[in-house]
Structure formats: C-alpha cells, structure tokens
Design a protein around this ligand. Structure first.
Ligand code: AMP
Length: 568
C-alpha cells in the first residue's frame, strides 16, 4: 500500500544506537515523561496520567461538582501537556491526588528519560541506547538515500522494526508496552513546494476529522472532505493531506471501522516547536480513543540537527535552468586581528561570527560603522566579547547561482503496529446466535486480505475418497500461496464452521463429492458450488481481492445461508 505505491526506499538500521545520534536528535535531553513516586513504597507513576485520571473521573462520575469546576477540569485536560514539572506538581497538590494503590503522598514530579541505556563494545566506554523510534536511522543515512534516489526530491524511505521505551506505567494491555513494532515513513520534500502529484487520488475522501479549533471549542469530530480541509488550510499542506488520506485507506482496508476512526490534529501545546502540523489517526476501542498512527510535518528539524552535530551537510539541490543573480551575505572574519585579540578562543569567535543570520549581521555592520565597536555573544564561550571594526568585514555581494541548496522538510507517518492490530481485533470481533439459538458464537470478521488463515478444508464425512480430494485441494492451495487449515475430525459440519469462524477464517471448502465442493463465506454463511479442480483458484482470487464474493456468487451455482443451515 505504501512502499510500492510511492516507490519508497527501504532500510533496516540497528536497534542499538550510539549516544551521539540521539544527542543530536534531542532524545538524550528531551525524551522524558514526568514521574512521581509514592513517598513510602517508591512505586512510580506518570504524573500526567494521575492528573488526567483524576479530572476525567470527576467529570464522569462526580455529579456534585459545579459548572465552574467542571470547566476548570476540562481546561486542565486540554492544556496539561504544556505544564512544567512545577505546574503539574502544584495541580497534584491542589487536588490532593495520592498514590492510586496505597493513598500515600506523592513526590514532586521529575523528568524520567524513556530510553534504555546501554554501553557499546568491550570497554563499556561508548554509551548507547536502544532506539526509541526507527526514524533516526533514516535521517543519519539521508545522504546515501538521496544518492540512491538519483539526487531527486521528493522521495521517501521506510523502515519497520522494534522500538524500545522504558514506559513508567505500561498499561492497557498491548497498547502501552516497553518494546513494540514501529513502522515509519520519512518522506523528504522541498519546503517551498509541498504539493503532491497524486493528491487528487485522495482529495474526495470524506472521513472523521477533529481539527484544533473544534477541540478547543468543545465540539466533536466531524466528517470533512480532505480536499477542502487542505484548501482551507486546516491541514497545512498537500503532502501531509495525501498521507492522511493514504493512512485512512490503509486502516479501513485492514478492517478498521470508519465510524470509529478519526484524525485528530495536535493542539499547539502538544506539538513539538519545530513541527508545522501534526495529525494522529485515533481508533476507538474499549480503552477509549487510542493514538495508533502519528502523521507529522517535522519541517527541516531532524536533518538540520544531525547536520549541525556531525558537520556533514544533509541537504538537497535544485538546479536552475538559467543561472540566477542573487544577493548573498558575505561575512569575512579577519583572522589576524581576531587572533591577536582572542588568542586560544579565536576559533569560537570566528565560528559564531560566521553563523550569524542576515539580520544579525546587518545590525552588527550598522553598529560597527556608527560606533566602531559592538558587544557580541559567543554561545560556545557563554559570554559577550567586544568586536572592533577591523575584526570583520560584512557585505552583500551579487553572485550568479546555478543551483539552490536547501535542507529538505520531512513528512513522517509513524505506525504503532501492535496498537493497530489490537484495535483491529476489537473492530472485527462479533457474536451471532447459534442455529439452535441457545448460545452466542464468536466470529472474527477479518477481511480476507488480513485474515491469518484464509481457508479451511474439510471432508463432509470421514471417508477415504473425500480425504483424498481434501489432500488434492490442500496441495493446490499451498502452491498458490493460500494459508489454510485442514479439519478431518468427524465433528458435525456446523461445529467445524463455528470453529473456523472463531479463528476469523473467511472461506471454508467442504468436500462432499469427488467431483465438486462447496465454498462457504464466513460473514453471510452463503455457499457456492464449484468443481474440485477450480476450488483452489477461486479461493485464491477472492482471498487476494482479485474477485469479490459477489462476483463468485454470481458466477457459480449457489445457495443462501438459510439453505446452508439446513445442511448443517
Ligand atoms: P510517537 O513517536 O510517540 O508519536 O509514537 C509513534 C507511534 O508508536 C504511536 O502512534 C503509537 O501507535 C506507537 N507507540 C508509542 N508508544 C508506544 C508504546 N509504549 N507501546 C505501543 N505502541 C506505542
């Protein structure tokens, strides 16, 4: 759905990552959650979870709270992602929140880094971490990936693999675990042109979207047309919109119920400061709305961060058809004068001067011209130094440029595979009464595309002829790559159908003669009769989506579920 459709590159990077990579990306300093400790037992909790649970419970269960208090709790829920440790601690104290298990008092909140630390190599001196996401492996390989793509933008690289996070309180079954499968796409694009050539393929889609404004004004998600949401600027750009549309098609094709799927935009306070826009595909399950896919425009942040730390330019070029005349800022530090003035720290001063942006440089030039001297902050020295007029020349020069060099922006869909699969189980699970009506039978309504077992084969009664025919069909199914299960137990046919329904098997072939067989479809329980020879190829076509069940029904002699019940 993604890799072939966009001709993506694929990579497989190691889980153990050197510290320097995650230092550059910001994870070593900032990949933290706020934690509080039970003062007596030492048990740890996520501070925001405790506050969230408290406010939600008050809103849902406490009928005595005033309208004013209810509004306050709602407000806290909306902005708490933005709280500093002190603000979060103050709220926990104000509401008298205690440790949920013991009711003991709690410590002040403090940041806890979610990465598992390790050391690389026998000396134990090289610090490393288990990767908290797969994306960084793609960013540090950008130069090679860009080269493999013929130095052309846009292009995407994808990776699937394990990610590790030392979650403070894993909970909700499979939804918050410490080791999970992540699938990430990094789509690199020119920041000045975020249009997408295939946007029209998805622009007419309509589905539940939950923009920032609707969340802030207490409304609920509503059906929006994707093309309009992009045209109005609700979604920041076409490429981000394209991936939102593709994720919608992906999830619904898997069997996620479209009424229980919404795309929620991040609130300004939830979003990383560098992100241009971010939407989460949230799926409703018995645990509430769960973030399963994050789709973010991360601008040029990641490539810039790795460029700065490694000194390797992670950039793309656009060649001009005709050379362009441009005005360029030229900063020339006069090393002789700077050397005399700053000696050993000359290098730091030179680097800081060269790193000035246009506004800073032009302000310095004006001050040097009027006063002959300027105070200048050198961040690597952590202090101001005095720069004199003879130490630097700043000018603007006209130059001919043949190409534009820029850091690409990246649009990143990031899929939590375990969460999607868990939600799929819930959405596909259903029950229906048994024929006698005395019990409820479980059915997993997995679409054939994702059902782990596509077909069961069983002889109607135990006899050698039917068992031989079953073996022939099984062999053919194997040769066309269809996963299947044979059931030759003598149990009643009804029981055997019930068993396969419970496993979510979409088709069952029943051998009731040595020339022809029936194929039963799980959800309708309808059956068609096909020749023994055709059975495997019909199941393979319908299981792989080359034919629909309606096509099969129309092409072969058939009987409906009521008649099938008679047979059972
Ligand atoms: P994030 O980088 O935090 O946006 O996470 C990307 C995706 O990974 C999320 O959309 C989730 O689907 C999934 N995810 C994050 N943390 C966990 C976890 N602890 N357990 C399982 N899946 C997770």
């Amino acid at each position: 759905h993604f890799i072939l459709e966009e001709n993506m590159l694929e990579v497989d990077c190691p889980c153990v990552t050197p510290e320097v990579v995650l230092k550059a990306s910001g994870h070593v300093d900032k990949f933290t959650d706020l934690m509080v400790k039970d003062e007596k037992t030492g048990t740890c909790y996520r501070a925001d979870h405790l506050l969230k649970d408290y406010c939600t419970e008050k809103l849902e269960k406490d009928l005595t709270i005033s309208a004013e208090k209810a509004a306050e709790f709602k407000d806290v829920l909306a902005v708490m992602e933005d709280y500093s440790p002190e603000e979060l601690g103050a709220k926990i104290k104000e509401y008298g929140i205690t440790a949920p298990d013991t009711k003991n008092p709690l410590s002040d909140p403090y940041p806890f880094n979610l990465m598992f630390q390790t050391s690389i190599g026998p000396s134990g001196l090289i610090p490393g971490y288990m990767r908290p996401e797969t994306a960084q492996g793609i960013f540090v390989n950008f130069k090679d990936l860009y080269y493999y793509n013929g130095r052309k933008l846009p292009f995407a690289a994808a990776q699937i693999g394990q990610a590790f996070r030392n979650e403070i309180s894993p909970r909700q079954g499979l939804l918050r675990v410490r080791e999970f499968t992540l699938a990430e796409i990094e789509h690199f694009v020119d920041p000045e042109n975020k249009s997408h050539p295939k946007f029209s393929d998805v622009s007419k889609l309509e589905f539940l979207m939950f923009p920032r404004e609707e969340q802030m004004s207490g409304q609920s998600a509503k059906k929006l047309c994707l093309g309009e949401a992009v045209a109005k600027g609700t979604v920041n750009n076409e490429t981000l919109g394209y991936f939102i549309g593709r994720v919608y098609l992906f999830l619904t094709r898997l069997g996620i119920d479209k009424e229980r799927l919404r795309f929620r935009q991040h609130l300004a306070n939830e979003m990383a400061h560098y992100a241009a826009d971010c939407w989460d595909a949230e799926i409703e399950s018995s645990y509430g709305w769960i973030e399963c896919v994050g789709i973010a425009d991360r601008s040029a942040y990641d490539l810039r961060a790795h460029s700065e730390k490694s000194g390797v330019a992670l950039v793309a070029e656009e060649k001009y058809a005709e050379p362009k005349e441009v005005e360029k800022l030229v900063i020339n530090p006069v090393k002789k004068e700077l050397g005399l003035a700053f000696k050993g720290t000359q290098k730091n001063v030179v680097e800081s001067l060269e790193a000035m942006n246009e506004k800073e440089a032009m302000e310095m030039k004006a001050t040097l011209e009027s006063k002959g001297e300027v105070e200048f902050y050198v961040c690597t020295l952590g202090k101001n130094v005095s720069i004199k007029k003879n130490m630097v020349s700043i000018s603007k020069e006209k130059k001919k440029e043949h190409q534009r060099v820029f850091t690409p922006s990246v649009i990143e869909p990031s899929f939590g595979i375990g969460r999607i699969i868990y939600c799929l189980y819930e959405h596909c699970f259903s029950t229906r009464p048994s024929k006698a009506g005395d019990e409820q039978l479980n059915v997993f309504r997995f679409p054939p595309l994702v059902a782990p077992i596509k077909c069961t084969v069983f002889p109607l009664v135990q006899n050698q002829q039917f068992e031989e025919a079953t073996k022939v069909i099984s062999k053919e199914l194997t040769s066309v790559g269809i996963s299947h299960k044979i059931d030759i137990t003598g149990t009643s046919i009804g029981k055997r159908y019930a068993r396969t329904d419970e496993l979510g098997v979409p088709f069952a072939i029943t051998v009731d003669s040595d020339t022809s067989v029936t194929i039963r479809e799980r959800d309708s329980k309808d059956q068609v009769r096909v020749s023994l020879k055709e059975a495997a190829s019909v199941v393979s076509s319908v299981a792989e989506g080359k034919m629909t069940w309606q096509d099969v029904w129309a092409s072969f002699p058939h009987h409906s579920s009521a008649a099938a019940d008679e047979q059972e």
